[in-house]
Design a protein around this ligand. Structure first.
Ligand SMILES: Nc1ncnc2c1ncn2[C@@H]1O[C@H](COP(=O)(O)OP(=O)(O)OP(=O)(O)O)[C@@H](O)[C@H]1O
Ligand SMILES: [Mg+2]
Ligand SMILES: [Zn+2]
Length: 455
């Protein structure tokens, strides 16, 4: 009999090879391949065309139980979920260490429990006492959550099988769980997948909403959430700079809702506070206008958020290679914008260091940010502050045209609401109703004239 082949599994993406390599050929991560015990291999001799049970087909319009979404009691969490928890769904919550995953889920479990649903919180990382301490700090000590410290999926499912199924089950984290039917240490790809599979099956059978916490690791010492992404219904990521107070909950995949909605929170001593008006958070601390600062009305899903873009330009005396650094925006996009400003507007950045920063540690992905970035760059280069009450938005093409973008009127409304009465954007703006304080710009040179010409 042939010796079983060695099997190496990438802990980042789950791909399998039979030869060890330093770099995963699938996802390109380094040092993520680890040897794992072989999974059961089905050979062609196993004929699957007989011996099974007949399955039952149903029409799509069959009268069935209509399951209502359940609110988490946290509006920003519900919004990111697309309207609350779907019974029987599995949610994977990823995020950097210490970002606040356990805090958010403890708060959600508490409010589900307080509103009459059974909520179970299983911690595989912290002792029950530690979780209780956190609950005390968050003022949740009286919430009727059922709390346990456990890591054996068999123990967990055996216990759950003997009680009324809960409305919400939190597993913190999936990487600490282990199943005795699977070889390998907790955190390996086969353990993580196997445990998740069993827990998800429980959730589907009992209509429990299941949240699995998944740690994001760069070094591949434990399997990352990516190996679970296709197994779960919703993938969420909890993001933020640990040095900043605010946190953003984003859904990356959602079988039951849109993926571009975000929830915004601020991390405080008493836990995560919902931020109903994120614009105020990202704009804080703007008093007197400075050169290089432009306000951008971004869209996050259906919600507008005003964000400050800051540029700093330092002229170099010598012929040293100038640095370009971008925080919170795409590097390549800034290089492109600089090139367009040089080629179409005759500006010269070649002997200048260029730094771009999005305030508050926010990450911009909206393509309409181009015009605000260009305005910040030109303002910094000219050392002229932009009008204090203006916002800027529009996509810039390689030809230097300012292209129309979606949601113009929503952006204008949000800006006006926060006292930004003037808006600069594309010449054609579908849906812009009140044109009085709206200034359409057709080409990037119009922007440059506008800023350079303004006294
Ligand atoms: N007393 C406190 N006051 C304010 N903030 C606190 C306090 N204690 C903890 N925090 C915040 O809570 C964060 C930790 O939250 P939490 O344990 O929920 O994160 P996590 O994502 O679950 O982390 P881990 O990856 O370790 O499981 C800390 O980084 C800190 O920002
Ligand atoms: Mg935690
Ligand atoms: Zn990989």
């Amino acid at each position: 009999m042939a010796k079983p082949k060695r099997r190496y599994v990438c802990q980042a993406c789950g791909s399998v090879t039979h030869r060890w390599q330093g770099q995963c050929a699938d996802c390109g991560e380094w040092n993520t391949l680890a040897e794992e015990a072989p999974e059961t291999v089905f050979s062609a001799k196993h004929d699957l065309s007989s011996g099974g049970r007949a399955i039952r087909f149903e029409p799509l319009d069959a009268p069935g139980e209509v399951l209502q979404r359940r609110t988490t009691g946290i509006a920003e969490f519900d919004r990111a979920l697309g309207g609350g928890l779907v019974p029987g769904s599995a949610i994977l919550m990823g995020g950097d260490p210490g970002i606040g995953k356990s805090t958010l889920l403890l708060q959600a479990a508490a409010s589900v429990a307080n509103s009459g649903g059974a909520a179970i919180y299983i911690s595989g990382e912290e002792a029950a006492g530690q979780v209780r301490l956190r609950a005390e700090r968050l003022g949740l000590a009286n919430a009727p959550i059922q709390l346990a410290a456990a890591t054996s999926v068999r123990d967990i499912l055996t216990t759950l099988g003997q009680m009324e199924p809960p409305a919400l089950l939190v597993i913190d984290s999936i990487q600490t769980m282990h199943s005795d039917t699977i070889e390998g240490a907790p955190g390996t790809v086969s353990q993580v997948r196997g445990c998740a599979f069993e827990l998800i099956r429980f959730a589907k059978q009992t209509n429990t909403a299941l949240v699995l916490v998944g740690h994001v690791t760069k070094d591949g010492s434990i399997a990352g959430p990516r190996v679970l992404e296709h197994m779960v219904d919703v993938v969420m990521s909890f993001e933020g700079e640990r040095s900043h107070q605010y946190r953003i909950l984003r859904s990356l995949k959602n079988r039951f809702g849109p993926v571009d909605e975000i929830g915004v929170f601020a991390m405080e001593g008493q836990g995560l506070k919902e931020v109903g008006n994120p614009s105020l958070l990202f704009l804080s601390g703007r008093d007197s206008p400075v050169a290089g600062s432009a306000v951008f009305p971004a869209m996050e899903g259906t919600r507008p958020v005003l964000i400050e873009v800051q540029a700093l330009i330092v002229r170099l005396a010598s012929g040293a290679t100038p640095r370009r650094a971008v925080v919170g925006w795409d590097n390549g996009r800034m290089a492109m914008l600089l090139a367009v400003l040089e080629a179409r507007c005759g500006l010269n950045f070649s002997s200048c260091e260029v730094y771009l920063n999005v305030a508050g540690g926010y990450r911009l992905t909206d393509p309409a940010a181009d015009l605000a970035v260009a305005a910040a760059l030109v303002s910094a280069l000219a050392d002229k502050p932009l009008p204090a009450e203006a916002v800027w938005f529009g996509e810039v093409s390689l030809a230097g045209e300012i292209r129309p973008v979606a949601h113009g009127s929503i952006r204008l409304r949000e800006a006006a609401k926060l006292g930004f009465g003037t808006a600069f954007g594309p010449a054609e703006l579908p849906g812009a109703s009140d044109g009085s304080r709206y200034r359409g710009l057709a080409l990037l040179p119009n922007l440059v004239d506008r800023i350079m010409g303004e006294a």
